[in-house]
Write a protein that binds this ligand. Structure first.
Ligand code: SAH
Length: 373
């Protein structure tokens, strides 16, 4: 925003032209500079002459799941692609976080216009990922590059335009849980948070960022005046197990991670989320649930359990439902709010960890996909 204001001032225009440009791109979601009707024609022409370009990333493909989830393949200016997921009924892990409070009102407002009450957009922060978690598909891609803040916001703006949704009128949650590790692209991630809050009209209280456990950034994040909620991918109940599934645990082990979590300054009524991907016969035993209880003791936390979304290239299996429930019961009995996350868009490879560019197995048109996993 400040940058656009500076741009306007720098070319002898009043400061409010910056705001007009911003609104045109992020609120009206225009595609070309000459469409910014609030700007004088000559200024539009001058910006174009100077080589400025605006617009949103292009939605190259979309896949619609039978549960309503839509996976978008979003193409960036340099031709790289990332994935952005639209989940019409939410469940970016927000159950139990208190964000249901306004639902009744939202439902009344929304009922007249749309069929969903609480949509969640899952957004990518990098092209690929460098973290190398053994159960995650994105890891198989390696990391290509960081996304710019405008590319992070652009994914969201492109999906909002596609869905015909306008925050803050309609309620949208954002989860930074797509491809990439947001805390390894920290500055651009935080900048996108500010753009979304100030420009697009999505308050940071409706955003959650998930980290694999980049400890120094967890500390920095706690100091941010304006920040989303924090989720930490735990996935192992002791160091041996966590290192096996998340090699980054060698760099920042559970002691350091849990210390950062304990010191994290939570706001009133806020809870820290721990995500735990259950891998059959690897980390899903009752004994491991009890270890998790000890780990999070003293932290105002909630736990999201995610049964592995299976994939052929991964050496793990999805646990039986009963095993998942047993794990949950132990945590709940210890007083920890624990939720089992519903898998979303499994049939289109849109579920967590599946955001790999599976174009080779996907249909070539923009039509509905009925791929089975
Ligand atoms: N890099 C960030 C955000 C992306 S992953 C992080 O690691 O937190 C978002 C969540 O999906 C993480 O909690 C991760 O543990 C989970 N996940 C990854 N692969 C999965 C899979 N195959 N099945 C189920 N959940 C998975």
């Amino acid at each position: 925003m400040q940058e656009l204001t500076d741009l306007a001032l720098g070319s002898g225009q009043p400061a409010y032209r910056g705001q007009q440009l911003f609104d045109a791109v992020y609120r009206q979601k225009i595609e070309r500079l000459d469409q910014v009707s609030t700007l004088p024609l000559e200024y539009r022409a001058r910006l174009v002459e100077q080589g400025w370009e605006v617009g949103l990333p292009r939605i190259a493909r979309k896949f619609i799941s039978n549960d309503g989830t839509v996976r978008y393949l979003v193409e960036l200016a340099d031709g790289e692609t990332v994935e952005t997921v639209w989940m019409p009924e939410g469940d970016g892990g927000e159950s139990g976080d208190g964000s249901e409070a306004g639902d009744e009102i939202d439902a009344r407002i929304d009922a007249e216009r749309v069929s969903w009450r609480r949509a969640t957009i899952c957004v990518s922060s990098q092209v690929g990922c460098a973290v190398n978690c053994k159960f995650c598909f994105t890891a198989l891609l390696g990391v290509k590059r960081n996304l710019e803040s405008g590319e992070i916001v652009g994914q969201i703006a492109a999906v909002l335009r596609e869905q015909g949704v306008e925050p803050p009128l309609q309620r949208v949650n954002i989860v930074f849980m797509g491809m990439g590790e947001p805390f390894l692209n920290y500055d651009n991630f935080m900048k996108s948070v500010r753009l979304l809050a100030e420009g697009v009209g999505i308050p940071e209280s409706r955003m959650t960022v998930s980290t694999a456990g980049i400890v120094p950034r967890i500390h920095d994040f706690g100091q941010e005046p304006l920040r989303p909620k924090l989720a930490i991918s735990l996935n192992g109940s002791n160091d041996a197990l966590r290192t096996e599934v998340m090699p980054l645990n060698r760099k920042w082990n559970l002691e350091e991670l849990m210390k950062a979590a304990r010191e994290f300054p939570l706001r009133a009524r806020e809870r820290l989320t721990f995500e735990y991907v259950l891998l059959a016969d690897v980390n899903d035993a009752p004994e491991q649930a009890r270890e998790v209880v000890e780990l999070v003791r003293g932290i105002r936390a909630k736990i999201n359990l995610i049964a592995l979304n299976p994939g052929t290239e991964l050496p793990y299996r999805t646990p039986e439902q009963e095993r998942v429930m047993a794990f949950q019961r132990i945590l709940v009995a210890a007083g920890i709010p624990t939720f089992v996350r519903r898998p979303r868009g499994r049939d289109i490879f849109a579920a967590c960890g599946q955001l790999k560019r599976t174009v080779e197995v996907a249909p070539t048109s923009d039509s509905k996909s009925t791929l089975s996993s």
